[in-house]
Ligand binder design. Sequence first.
Ligand SMILES: [Zn+2]
Length: 452
Amino acid sequence: MTEPPNIVLVVLDTLRRSTLYDQINSTVAFKKIANDGVLYDNAISPASWTVPSHASIFSGLYPSEHGVHRRQEEGVMESMDRAHSMKDTLPERMYSAGYETTSLHANVLLSGGSGFDVGFDNCLSIGPFEWISAAGKSIKDILGDVDTQTSAALKHLILNLKFDEIRKILSINSSLRKQLKAKNFPVDKGGTDIVETATTYLKNSPSFVFMNFMESHGPHDRLPSNVLLWERKLTKRTIEDYTGDRPFKGKEVQRYRRSYHNSVQVMDTQLSKLVRKLEEKDLYDDTLLVITSDHGEALKENKFVGHGVFLHNTLINIPLMIKYPQSKKFKVENGYQTTIDMRDFLTVWSNGNKIPFPSRDVVFSEEFGSGHDGLSRVTDGRIDNVEDLNVKRKAVLKNGIKLVVDGTRGIVEEFEVDGIATSPKERREASSDLLEEMSIFTGNEDFIVPGN
Ligand SMILES: [Zn+2]
């Protein structure tokens, strides 16, 4: 038993593994953290969008176990209501262990009152929504006749960038535009302010600081000549550009991918500042620093742009790097890492004991239907496969083999051996084994695992 270390948990919202790992050698902070720590190659997120994934990080449970996920025909907010039911969460554990607990997040889904604030001494939302609020009038005043019932719905509006409503805001209050422009939105979605604020809370008390950065989350600058949405006249076409109602192809896809890719460099600058602050305060060596993500992003590899709904590799393969105190190196065990182990892993460290982040032989990921939001994210103009979006999906990964089942219709959607699409018939034994794992995992849940 030793003194418990400071713990910093950084979630880079929406950053997929390959986008970070492919360019890590051209970064400063990521490279340093990876060199001083351990880089994990097989981390899988338990879900492909923010709410269920963060609920898993906090509760140590899969989405089907904690229940904080969207159900068919539900919106984001209904699933949020269930976040209050989480028990014995990571921040509560840290609080009980005597840590000062702080959440600094740009994703408003994690804000005060959401249920994700329980256990935090300090819970601060930092980013576009707060900038807009700070621009003068209250959101309610600004919106006027826009039909919004609760402040939660308003946050949802901003978060999901419902541009027809936001257009009303902007036309009423041009100071908002100036506010966002001054903050360098959408390149900076709160990162600068989060790192700045973090310095106040990073101290040797000990402290647990959770940070969620949105720089890799849309919107990205996909417009010609680097013209930001906020400077451009808002027309029906501009709005369709962003909601995905207009076909999104060719050079535009390339541009979008480039902006997404560049978010790593933007984040590298922020993390460099964070590392420097830790070093200045003489806290870097003793801190347990975890860098991960809540899910990835599809960049039209499978017709789809965005996240949620599916369980493609682009969506569930996430980065994970851990700089242990005194840069201790642990051997990475074979298998997969899942962020549902984050809570117990950090609990052990908070009690003054040292363990490596665990690996598992078998891991899962789950999605429960699109609700309304996923529908707007299909970017081919027509939504002719609504039934493909509104199904329950589960992925199981074991021994380099991945199987995805659509459990609403009882069909195998994906079967991959070492990342290569393969017919389950070619690997009958392995596919039976994974279907068996899936059956055990689903238990009595209403989810059809196909026979084999
Ligand atoms: Zn997210």
